[in-house]
Structures are given as C-alpha cells and as structure tokens.
Design a protein around this ligand. Sequence first.
Ligand SMILES: Cc1cc2nc3c(=O)[nH]c(=O)nc-3n(C[C@H](O)[C@H](O)[C@H](O)COP(=O)(O)OP(=O)(O)OC[C@H]3O[C@@H](n4cnc5c(N)ncnc54)[C@H](O)[C@@H]3O)c2cc1C
Length: 317
Amino acid sequence: MTTILLVAERDQQGEISQASLQSVAAASGLSDAQITVAVTGEASGSASSLPVEKVVSISEISSGDSGIYEQATADVAALVASTNPDVVLFNKSDFGSVVGARLAFRTDSAFAADCTEISNASGSVSVTRPVYGGSALAEFEIASSPAIVTLRAGAYEPTSKTGSPSVETAAAGSADIRASVTDTVAEARDGVRLEDANFVVSGGRGLGGPEPFSVLTDLANALGGAVGASRAACDAGWIDHSHQVGLTGKSVSPDVYVAVGISGASQHMAGCSSSRAIVAINKDGDSNIFKEARFGVVGDWEKVLPSFLATVRELKA
Ligand SMILES: Cc1cc2nc3c(=O)[nH]c(=O)nc-3n(C[C@H](O)[C@H](O)[C@H](O)COP(=O)(O)OP(=O)(O)OC[C@H]3O[C@@H](n4cnc5c(N)ncnc54)[C@H](O)[C@@H]3O)c2cc1C
C-alpha cells in the first residue's frame, strides 16, 4: 500500500482547485493508493465529495499568513508526524512550493519540485521532471520517506470522480511564527489564471513595447485564455512580472501556447515546454522557438497577429 497525503488548494469560489483535482487524479493512478486530502479551512463543498479515503481539515489560511504559510507548514508537519505517509503531494504553486520545501527541511526528506509524472510501478516512488530548460525529462527514484513532491499544473487531467470520504478536523500544529505580513496587494486579474489556462498567448522582446500586449490580450480573450510573457518583456516593464513564464517565472501546461516575438531561450522554455502544442510567430526562421514549436509562422507579428485574431473570432462566432 502507498499512503499519500495530498495538500489541496482552493479556487476563488472556495472549491477544490482544478490543479488539486489533477493531483487527486495523479495520486489515484498509483497502485494500491490510500489517499488522505488535507484542506485548509472547513472540508465542505467539493472537498467533502472527493474520491479519496479521508479528508482532513487543517487551519484556514489567515490573511496575515499570506505568502508565509507558517501555520499551514506546522499543520501539515503534524499530520505527517502522526500519519507517516509515503508521499506528500502538493501543487507546484506558491503555496505548494513554500510549504513543500519547508516541510522537506523539517522532515529531512527529499523534495522533488515541478514534476510532471509520479509513479510507484517499480515498487518505490519515482517522479519525472523536465530538466535543462525542458529539453530533457529526468526520472528520479526517491529513497527517503516521505517523498515530498510538487506537481506541475496541467500534467494530469483533473479527476471527475466523486466519493464519500470520511471527514476529520486535525488539531492545529504548533507554529513558531517568526515573520508576519503587514500588507498585501491583490494581483489585478481579469479572467482565467495563467497557470490554469488552456490557451496562453505570450509576448516577448520582439513585440517592441508595451502597447502590443493589448493585441495579445484580445487574442487571449477570444480564446478564453491568459496572457504570458518572456522575462525580457517583463524586465522592460512592458507587462507585470506576474505574467512571466519560465525558469524564474510560472510553469504552464496549456493545450496551446502561442509564443509571439519570443526566441525560445531554454530559461523560457522551462516554463512552457510541457504545453501540448506550441505555436510560434517570429520573424527569424532560425530562432530556437521553431525547434520547439509544432506550428510556426515566420513573419512579423504585426502582419500575422491581426489575421490570426480575425480568424479565431470568425471560427468562434
Ligand atoms: C537565471 C536565468 C533565469 C531566466 N529566467 C527566465 C524566465 O523565467 N523566463 C524567460 O522568458 N526568460 C528567462 N531568462 C532570460 C532568457 O535567457 C532570455 O533572455 C529571454 O527569455 C529572452 O526573451 P525574448 O525571447 O522575449 O527575447 P529575445 O531573445 O531578444 O527574442 C526576441 C525574439 O523576437 C523576434 N522578433 C523581433 N521582432 C519581431 C517581429 N516584429 N515579429 C516577430 N518576431 C520578432 C526575434 O527574432 C527574436 O527571436 C532567464 C535567464 C537567466 C540567466
């Protein structure tokens, strides 16, 4: 039997997030899996009908804990100490990356970040993760227990199954709060989150300035997707860093990733190489992005993008 403690996250409506439903699917795929899901706050709504053995409610994330997650780390550490799971599974999100890494330090365990696959077919827990900016996939077998894993959004289809788990409330772990958040500024966002989007339209230095991002936004809106960017575009101040895709930005795995005026540097591809299809628009036919793209147009984005957008709108109408 493989025991899994899955630390779930909520969406803006307070329901279990799509990324966490993908993690449930990943955990369910392990042979002889026994899954406990930890949710912050009350285990109501979709949390109470997950297709798992047990749902445990841990402390709600207080607004003052935002980005630090001291209490959540203490709560998950207490659950790990009392239940001794083989795997602790998080989403590769800010929350999962912070709490997962802290938990690994506390439990002296291996931390496998940003994985696209998890398996126990060989008898021990192994994971697959993109390396060298997504140009290769590496498999790791995790010797220590628990194996602490963050899973990239989009790597699995979200589970559509439901169940009747037992629901419990865990005693709060003892947290040594050494820092507190004095102010938080909500990220302004219309529409779908970049990490959850099925379509991402990203712009790079080739756009030449901030204004063209409005055309990218029009295309993203027409596709029901989100806007991303290369670091060069973010560093130039053309778009906020919250849109950055890549090694030091966000990881995305949409169905379609449209890269406009992006050269395809390995650090950028690290964040989007697991997209199902990459579409490149670039005026330099020798640009690296064409080695990664399934479809490409060699041309000036100013000429290509308007007809692309018009065709999408026509097909959607
Ligand atoms: C430690 C480290 C971490 C990094 N992390 C990231 C990261 O997270 N994300 C990231 O993106 N980068 C990251 N980088 C930077 C990365 O190496 C590249 O510098 C960056 O991705 C380049 O961005 P770009 O493709 O927009 O710009 P460029 O490389 O300058 O490419 C611009 C492209 O636009 C094309 N172009 C120009 N004009 C037009 C036009 N009119 N129409 C169509 N195409 C046009 C050009 O042919 C060119 O291919 C990191 C670098 C380091 C060292």
